[in-house]
Design a protein around this ligand. Sequence first.
Ligand SMILES: [Zn+2]
Ligand SMILES: [Zn+2]
Length: 335
Amino acid sequence: MQRSGSDSYQAMVLTKPRQALEPMRRATSSPGAGEVLIRVLACGICRTDLHIVDGELARPKLPLVPGHEIIGEAAALGEGAERISVGDRVGVGWLAFTDGECKYCRSDRENLCDNALFTGYTVDGGYAEYAVVCEQYCFPAPAAYEPAEAAPLMCAGLIGYRSLVKTGDARRIGIYGFGAAAHIITQVARHQGREVYAFTRPGDGDGQQFALELGVLWAGDSTMPPPEELDAAIIFAPVGALVPAALGAVRKGGTVVCGGIHMSDIPSFPYELLWGERSVQSVANVTRRDAQEFLAVELQVPVRTTVTKFPLSQANEALAAVREGRLHGAAVLVL
Ligand SMILES: [Zn+2]
Ligand SMILES: [Zn+2]
């Protein structure tokens, strides 16, 4: 792939859902007020990117540069962007803008903002040599990581962390779907003294072995009951049938947290599974405070990410690898 000139840059672009991304050269735009032009060093592939590319999420910006796990270097600053200096290494996640005015923003729930914008979904993201982002939604890049290793922290880590927080003080946690988010948050949960039980696709012995290497107490098929009753469960796999399965595995008063943005339909199930004050809850987006908290916590653990690197031009192959569950940990585009 060519390096960009100063007036244009290379990007992988979605022009229509359910089609492959197309390599394109785009004109470099200078950052507007409060914005930062970032030279992208790495961009993780999140399952949400698949849902967008596969047409499972409604109304993406089109044409669209996907990607919301960006690690890059500030290359130019717009007017009034003062928190960041040119040359700083920064991280950018899913949350691209909130209005600060709606009832959700005013009650400390900006993740639910009525007018939120999302990186790589309703604004262009990081499958490109450059990206323009709002300074207020940039974070200092996690220190002591190579860009590729840090990228998955920006969404898989963050959403995983918000999901983990929703389990409260649960000690025994089941995780359904052992991909990028699970492999990060297992390390945080273990650091906090919790027990983790990993559920994978039936027969995924490799995935179960990977989970055991990360310190889970038990790993098995999602169709199996865990050896112990769980205090809570987190579902990262986009499979609605896992909701009744997880409810059947948690104790009375336990919570099942759905960490993904999209799931296949949840089949009907007997009320008995919900009875006993069990609850089901989704996690929608993240707040900037989640990011600040998580980026402090992951340093203490410290979290180590397992990544498979792809060049930008191989974005379609990277998406296919994630879709097919062929990788351990996260897929990351490196530039
Ligand atoms: Zn708002
Ligand atoms: Zn994501």
